[in-house]
Design a binder for this molecule. Structure first.
Ligand SMILES: *[C@@H]1O[C@H](CO)[C@@H](O)[C@H](O)[C@H]1NC(C)=O
Ligand SMILES: *[C@@H]1O[C@H](CO)[C@@H](O)[C@H](O)[C@H]1NC(C)=O
Ligand SMILES: *[C@@H]1O[C@H](CO)[C@@H](O)[C@H](O)[C@H]1NC(C)=O
Ligand SMILES: *[C@@H]1O[C@H](CO)[C@@H](O)[C@H](O)[C@H]1NC(C)=O
Ligand SMILES: *[C@@H]1O[C@H](CO)[C@@H](O)[C@H](O)[C@H]1NC(C)=O
Ligand SMILES: *[C@@H]1O[C@H](CO)[C@@H](O)[C@H](O)[C@H]1NC(C)=O
Length: 826
């Protein structure tokens, strides 16, 4: 863009000369303003890596000028505005440093329109910088400390590493505020922020009245946002540094991402699409009518699959039936039979009991009590007459309600179970009552299985012998010294040149840890450069040591690490280039004609080779490495179709010893994660074997576990494998493009071995060494596998038919607990 601009000017030489002087000044080739620079309307400064810039702009249909921060890629997105409510009506705006060191925006009449207004700073000793995360900061140059930052005064956009703040003592909040309308950035009536009193939730307010509520933060996701149950959005954290102040933050990402509160009061997350050069909407907070706060009134239950969407919770009836039936649900519902406030065992004649309502967005106004045991919640609620409902979540602990239940929603296969206190006779099994199976429709396998694991695992956890928490990688020989000097170090300049300044045309892909570029070295060698997105938190020396150790791992089924680069904040890893890219493309991409390329022989070879690579990581190398994220996109192929595991040292480089509980950073991908890892963060060789099993089933079937759902059979990929294998029709499971003849026995055996790998209990799974022996038939007789945990889903056609019949032949071990509930006749 800059070059275009310069070229244009060169066409008429006189103009160049005239404009050369201002051009030199405009070319604020810096990210920092200092007191000797006067910043005018036509100037911009750009952050170090050209992510954000600061400059003046005019919104659509508005000629006023505003000082703003933009993403460099798209100027229409002002993520922060200084003078939102005091626009400039011409281009006379200037930024200068005042005598007390503050940054001041003045107009042509020397009136102050905006100022950083920080107090207690020393004169002339400040500079202002636009950072790569979009934060515009004012620094005391003598101490380098930040004395003012734009992130503390957000506009309508919420960016990675920015923090929504709530101080529950002073009630000071940092919120985002929508524009008044599309052409007027003045603060409008919509705000969004964190409410940390009791449970922690995100709200959208309309003139301070709740409009939308996220449901409680459960340590990983906002539990009332169904979309978050899929892995892609598990990207936030909530933290506190004092007992009073809480912060909600989107993690740093390799994507350009922003969450904007738009002028109609919706939170919209968008990501920059490099190919199409536009913003893709990836998440919307208010999606349907049930998402409006309190749509159904007190004790009403909203379910978007129903018509009408509102119904009274069981045991309740409309306060005003006429109004209710006409679709005005505001007055809500009232209890049919008063509580006795003596508790019995749910079924006897007197007293109260609890009704389980699965898959919900729990009501607002939860009170919290930390406890790991669901039974504690029940007992506490039971013993206090003002407690009308409770719920339990492993991270939050007990939640209980004593206020009328408002803003309650039923979801489809995701959410928290609510236990509602009812007078005992309301719980009895009347013969006229409809027993209906509530069915999770499959949005994505990951979404549902996650909750199933939570619910199920929590109930079952007592039965399971956990492995001791283990660090990702253990030196087998601690004394072995690594000589860092042997490691080839590349300079930033070399790598930048080799990838044409990390040009997007050379982007090979994005991994969990950063972007990968194709690069050409001067000697003609082709390399893959992984530019790590976040600092690993390690010092340079530790990082280098780490990389040196990992670069020593050599196996034909591991991608080779050639060297690395550490300069300033930059950390890059250099790998050998894999021309055929990842296995994922060949397995699942219909355009790849995989049937021609990946015949059974190749697939079997790939399975065996990945197994060997994994064996090397687990046992044969001098480190023990648990990969933790084994999946087709992490398996690369060389010219000769040799698979090579990639990203195997990443857990270590990124501080793999970090526990799950206090970071909320999920390493791994749902669908490939073993239940004990997804749930409790316990990883081990056995959890890698689980991922390997899933990978095998994907290679055999050509279907992606996280996307696949067999509607006819109501089964997930693992469920299908289990069913077909059990019915001696294992070949029906195989990718139809494979010619099975002559290999029937081997293919069915592979399905069998894979099923052994994906068993629920880690101790039941074979080691990777055993798996390889089974594959090579050194071990002939295979044990019987247990049923995988995510075998079955319910068939939607049973909703509302009043039948309790189950949809499938295969036993589902936890069905009664999880999916049967009662519905009021409507
Ligand atoms: C603008 O006003 C400030 C104080 O309000 C004064 O110090 C400064 O000299 C003025 N600048 C111009 C160009 O008039
Ligand atoms: C936006 O709001 C401003 C001030 O409230 C008003 O003058 C203007 O007409 C509005 N523009 C549109 C397009 O609604
Ligand atoms: C918040 O921080 C304080 C002090 O660091 C800590 O004691 C407390 O447990 C934290 N959590 C909550 C929920 O207050
Ligand atoms: C706000 O976002 C929602 C969801 O994407 C969209 O339907 C609505 O039109 C947006 N409002 C405006 C004013 O763009
Ligand atoms: C719905 O009912 C409430 C309470 O009776 C009443 O105040 C409100 O005006 C009604 N709303 C509509 C749209 O009729
Ligand atoms: C019962 O619950 C209410 C509401 O949470 C609380 O205010 C009260 O102190 C509790 N009573 C007892 C005896 O715990």
């Amino acid at each position: 863009m800059n070059t275009k601009f310069v070229n244009l000017r060169l066409q008429s030489l006189p103009f160049v000369i005239i404009s050369l002087v201002p051009l030199l000044c405009f070319c604020l080739d810096t990210d920092t303003l200092t007191s000797n620079i006067t910043f005018r309307d036509s100037d911009t400064i750009i952050s170090g890596r050209h992510v954000f810039k600061l400059g003046f702009f005019s919104p659509a249909n508005n000629t006023n000028r505003y000082l703003a921060v933009f993403y460099d890629v798209s100027e229409e997105t002002a993520v922060w505005i200084a003078n939102r409510d005091r626009p400039l009506n011409d281009s006379s705006g200037t930024i200068t440093f005042s005598t007390n060191g503050n940054l001041v925006l003045t107009n042509g009449r020397n009136e102050t329109l905006w100022s950083t207004n920080a107090t207690g700073i020393s004169p002339r000793n400040t500079s202002a910088q636009i950072q790569d995360n979009g934060n515009f900061v004012l620094r005391d140059t003598s101490t380098e400390s930040i004395i003012w930052e734009s992130f503390a005064y957000p506009s309508n956009s919420f960016l990675p590493t920015m923090r929504l703040i709530d101080n529950i003592y002073t009630r000071h909040k940092v919120v985002i505020t929508a524009w008044t309308n599309g052409s007027n950035p003045e603060p409008g009536r919509w705000t969004s922020g964190l409410e940390a009193l009791n449970v922690h939730q995100i709200f959208i307010w309309n003139n301070s009245r709740p409009h939308w509520r996220s449901g409680p933060w459960n340590g990983m996701i906002l539990s009332g946002v169904p979309d978050m149950y899929s892995p892609y959005l598990a990207a936030f954290s909530l933290s506190n540094d004092t007992t009073d102040t809480f912060y909600f933050t989107p993690h740093e990402t390799t994507f350009l991402m922003r969450i904007t509160l738009n002028t109609t009061g919706n939170l919209v997350q968008t990501m920059w699409n490099i190919q199409q050069r536009n913003w893709d909407i990836t998440f919307v907070a208010v999606e349907n009518e049930c998402d409006f706060y309190q749509t159904c009134g007190p004790f009403g239950s909203c379910d978007i699959r129903d018509s009408p969407i509102c119904s009274c919770i069981r045991g309740f009836e409309p306060v005003n039936r006429e109004e209710w039936e006409s679709g005005n649900w505001t007055s809500g519902c009232a209890r049919r039979r008063q509580l006795q406030c003596t508790l019995t065992n749910n079924t006897s004649e007197n007293g109260d009991g609890f009704l389980r309502l699965p898959f919900t967005k729990v009501p607002d106004f939860a009170e919290q009590f930390p406890s790991r045991e669901p039974n504690v919640c029940r007992t506490r609620c039971m013993s206090n007459c003002s407690c009308i409902a409770y719920a339990h979540d492993p991270y939050i602990g007990c939640m209980s309600w004593s206020e009328p239940l408002v803003d309650f929603q039923r979801f489809n296969g995701v959410g928290i179970d609510l236990f509602l206190r009812l007078e005992a006779s309301e719980l009895d099994n009347h013969s006229d009552r409809l027993l209906v199976v509530i069915i999770p429709v499959v949005v994505g396998f990951a979404a549902i299985s996650f909750v199933i694991i939570i619910t199920w695992f929590w109930n079952k956890r007592k039965d399971i012998k956990f492995l001791e928490a283990e660090s990702a990688i253990i030196f087998k020989d601690e004394t072995e010294k690594v000589n860092v000097e042997e490691l080839p170090l590349f300079s930033f300049e070399t790598l930048s040149k080799s990838t044409y300044q990390f040009h997007e045309n050379y982007l090979l892909g994005r991994g969990g840890f950063g972007l990968v570029y194709k690069g050409y070295l001067k000697n003609g060698k082709v390399i893959a450069v992984k530019r790590l997105s976040a600092a690993s938190g390690q010092g340079n020396e530790e990082f280098l040591n780490e990389v040196a150790v990992i670069s020593k791992l050599q196996h034909r089924n591991l991608v080779r690490l050639i060297g690395c680069c550490v300069e300033g904040e930059e950390r890059m890893l250099i790998y050998e280039y894999m021309p055929k890219k990842s296995l994922e493309g060949y397995l699942f991409d219909p355009n790849h004609q995989s049937q021609k390329i990946l015949d059974w022989k190749k697939r079997f070879y790939i399975i065996e080779s990945i197994g060997r690579g994994l064996l090397y990581l687990h046992m044969d190398s001098r480190l023990k490495i648990i990969h933790r994220d084994l999946k087709p996109s992490n398996v690369l192929l060389d010219e000769d179709w040799n698979p090579k595991i990639s990203d195997f040292g990443m857990a270590r480089i990124f501080g793999g010893n970090e526990g799950f509980g206090n970071t909320s950073r999920v390493v791994g991908t749902y669908g490939y994660m073993a239940p004990e890892y997804a749930m409790d963060g316990r990883f081990s060789e056995e959890s890698d074997v689980y991922s390997f099993g899933v990978l095998m089933l994907e290679i055999i079937s050509g279907k992606k576990n996280t996307n696949y759902y067999n509607h006819e059979l109501s089964l997930s990929l693992l469920g299908c494998a289990w069913k077909f294998w059990n019915e001696d029709s294992g070949l029906d499971f195989v990718d139809q493009t494979i010619d099975c003849s002559n290999f029937e026995g081997q293919i069915v055996r592979c399905v069998h071995i894979a099923l052994l790998c994906v068993q629920e209990f880690p101790n039941d799974r074979p080691s990777i060494q055993t798996v390889l022996s089974m594959l090579s038939r050194e071990i002939i007789d295979l044990p019987m596998p247990g049923q995988p945990i995510f075998a079955e889903k319910w068939n939607r056609s049973h909703v509302g038919t009043g039948t309790t019949q189950r949809s499938s032949q295969i036993g589902y071990p936890y069905s009664n607990d999880l999916t049967i509930t009662e519905l009021d006749g409507r």
